[in-house]
Design a protein around this ligand. Structure first.
Ligand code: AOF
Ligand code: ZN
Length: 355
């Protein structure tokens, strides 16, 4: 079959996969479509962490009258069918048992228990497998999952708001920069990551809540770097209103609502921070400041996206300088949330690995 037809069905897989957003992490988003002679006879996606995979839901959706067509149909799936017994049996085995005529896959699954083994199983059973249809789009959709398994660290999203003249805020005080529309956007961004990280000074000066109150969605783990436990228990981050992790050199106080994770030798350099988040199983992190922390992620190359909100109507004249995304940054998207308010999303073309 020709490439544009493959892409049409694979695009449908990506659409279906997206329906699982917010409910399957840390698993990948996966969609599947079963096609018989130009007619879609089944559709499915991974809907809920721990439950059936996309291929299984796709097969379950086939009408009884169409079931005899399965061995003459092609299965399109946005990730390599799995080869392992996890919470569910291997999808590759199921496709072999169902005797589907062919399988088209967007990209290999980088998870060590799969990573090519699913494709191999199907090919050994005589099923032709095509790999690489809309590969870049599929890898982008699951960029957090891919970074976790290939770079062995969380996917890192940097975020900051700056004035037109390039300041993050006035030194030592909380400074309002962005509009309510941008704040809603930021809350949506928060709900899409496993964790939000801030440094000690930001916590002390801004006393942020780091919750998701302006958007319906899951609340991520709040993570605070506090080597010497300087942030008072009366600050919002330690109020116990949602799961909070403190990365620290000192042992945590008894009775605190937060979880304390010791940093080896009290190291707060970026690799040590990412190692701690990795050990905690947090697949992605939104870095919300301050300026020095953001800049140190950029300097080490250990970042994937930078999302910058600029208030073109605000001149501060002085203060804390905004970070610069650097030479590896490539503009990915650019839009306005309101008049005078711009959002630039930069991608790191050469992100560093965690190990
Ligand atoms: C597929 N189809 O729809 C998904 C796959 O713990 P489990 O059993 O749910 O397995 C999770 C792993 O399976 C996950 O890390 C990834 O490698 C793969 N996800 N595979 O064939 C799917 N969601
Ligand atoms: Zn599977």
């Amino acid at each position: 079959m020709n490439a544009p037809v493959h892409e049409t069905y694979m695009r449908r897989c990506l659409q279906l996969a997206a329906l699982g957003a917010g409910r399957v992490a840390p698993n990948p988003l996966v969609g599947a479509v079963l096609v018989h002679q130009g007619r879609i006879i089944g559709e499915g996606y991974h809907q809920q962490f721990g439950q059936a995979h996309a291929e299984v839901n796709c097969l379950a959706s086939v009408a009884p009258a169409d079931r005899p067509l399965i061995p003459a149909s092609t299965m399109y799936v946005s990730l390599e069918p799995c080869a392992h017994f996890g919470k569910t049996p291997p999808c590759a085995d199921r496709l072999v048992t169902e005797k589907v005529a062919a399988v088209v896959v967007a990209c290999r699954d980088p998870f060590a228990a799969v990573n090519g083994k699913g494709i191999e199983k199907m090919e050994q059973a005589g099923i032709p497998v095509t790999v690489g249809v809309l590969e870049a789009e599929a890898a982008w959709q699951n960029r957090r999952f891919f970074t976790w398994h290939t770079a062995h660290r969380p996917y890192v999203v940097l975020k900051w708001a700056q004035s037109a003249d390039g300041w993050l805020g006035r030194a030592g005080q909380r400074t309002a920069i962005s509009s309510p529309a941008s704040q809603r956007l930021v809350h949506r961004w928060r709900s899409e990551e496993a964790a939000i990280l801030v440094g000690t000074n930001t916590a002390l000066i801004d006393n942020p809540r780091l919750d998701v109150r302006h958007w319906p969605g899951p609340a991520p783990m709040r993570v605070l770097i506090d080597r010497h436990l300087r942030v008072p228990a009366t600050h919002h981050l330690l109020d116990g209103s949602q799961p909070t992790l403190v990365l620290t050199a000192a042992p945590g106080p008894a009775g605190s609502a937060a979880t304390y994770h010791p940093l080896p030798d009290g190291r707060t350099d970026v690799p040590a921070l990412l190692q701690a988040l990795y050990q905690q199983g947090l697949q992605s992190v939104l870095i919300e400041g301050g300026g020095q922390l953001l800049q140190s992620f950029i300097q080490t190359g250990l970042w994937d996206e930078a999302r910058v909100i600029t208030n073109q109507a605000l001149q501060l004249g002085a203060g804390v300088p905004a970070p610069l995304p650097g030479l590896a940054a490539q503009l990915h998207q650019h839009f306005e949330t309101e008049a005078n308010e711009q959002v630039h999303i930069w991608r790191n073309t050469n992100p560093a690995a965690g190990r």
